[in-house]
Design a protein around this ligand. Structure first.
Ligand code: ADP
Ligand code: MG
Length: 305
């Protein structure tokens, strides 16, 4: 189990993290969510032991994770880290990068392992390509494969799919998180993409103003976001009768006591997102067709559960 206990940290005087505590059980996935600059990357670096905490402690099971002041060589066998800026060896092939940490004692076994990893990150056809000739997204996939090559007990991922195009993202996520689950690898993932989180995280931790704003399971936070930041993370929402309502919960009816005037319509593929105004505030709802500007509509809210 990873335990992070009352960890605080600042670069020079500026406090970035203030008394952060949480646990990640073996094999579980925790998503760290928060706006740009909320301290997600900083937190991962502290957990990896790349920097010293100002106060508090971090441990994996019984083993304390110490910063560079107390531990000269950063890194552990049980923990791998894929940084936002992944560093690979540019002049050797994809397969060689992925296999760099694998033992050479059993060449056949090593080859099978590399093939499995190439499949997991969908790079079968790039095995012999030198990393310098890859795109940003392809490099990110090599970094992911390299991090899971030795099957660590826990992996730290900093926005792991940020450079990967939408064509690949969905299937890659399924394969990658499938690999983590089937090998019981715990995962701590910083992200601002809800699609990284909802299907794969066991828990979500939201950072705001240097602190943990809230922690809960994806369903708990989705069904009861409690804070505008949390609701906004999951999608377009409005505040109606003091409750957060996602756009898909709000629908058009013939008559109701919620009257609004439409402003804009945004094509979303299978529906339109309609922006409407009600007593000076904006309401967002999904509708199957476009509604012209300045149409009076009556709306209703259906509950989530
Ligand atoms: P996130 O990953 O959530 O975007 P970061 O952890 O990168 O946030 O940054 C948190 C805060 O710390 C930001 O205000 C950022 O400007 C600051 N920061 C990050 N790295 C450094 C650094 N090396 N030196 C000084 N300030 C930093
Ligand atoms: Mg970051």
């Amino acid at each position: 189990m990873l335990s992070v206990t009352k960890v605080s940290f600042g670069y020079k005087e500026k406090l970035v993290l203030n008394s952060i505590s949480f646990l990640v059980k073996k094999g579980n996935c925790l998503s760290i969510v928060g706006g740009s600059g909320s301290g997600k990357s900083t937190l991962l670096k502290l957990i990896f032991g790349e920097m010293d905490v100002s106060s508090g402690s971090i441990a994996w099971g019984q083993e304390s994770i110490l910063g560079p002041k107390k531990k000269l060589v950063v890194g552990h066998d049980f923990m791998k880290y894929v940084a936002q800026e992944f560093d690979l060896m540019p002049y050797i092939s994809v397969a060689e990068n992925i296999g760099a940490h694998l033992s050479n004692f059993f060449p056949e076994k090593k080859k099978t392992r590399i093939d499995e990893l190439l499949k997991t990150v969908e790079l079968e056809n790039f095995s012999n390509t030198k990393v310098q000739f890859l795109s940003g997204g392809q490099k990110q996939r090599v970094a992911l494969a390299r991090a899971i090559a030795r099957k660590p007990e826990i992996i730290l991922l900093d926005e792991p799919f940020s450079h990967i195009d939408n064509f690949k993202k969905q299937s890659l996520r399924r394969k990658f998180f499938g690999f983590l689950k089937s090998n019981n690898i715990a995962c701590l993932m910083a992200t601002h993409d809800k699609d990284d989180v909802l299907p794969y995280a066991d828990n979500i931790l939201v950072l705001e103003n240097q602190r943990v704003l809230i922690e809960g399971s994806p369903a708990e936070l989705y069904n009861n976001p409690k804070y505008p930041l949390v609701a906004a993370f999951f999608g377009d929402y409005s505040v109606i009768n003091n409750a957060f309502c996602y756009a898909h919960q709000v629908y058009l009816v013939e008559k109701s006591n919620l009257k609004a005037v439409t402003k804009q319509a945004f094509y979303r593929g299978s529906f339109f997102l309609i922006e409407a105004e009600h007593m000076g505030s904006l309401i967002y709802f999904n509708h199957e067709s476009k509604i012209p500007e300045n149409t009076s509509v009556y709306l209703k809210v259906k509950s989530l559960l």
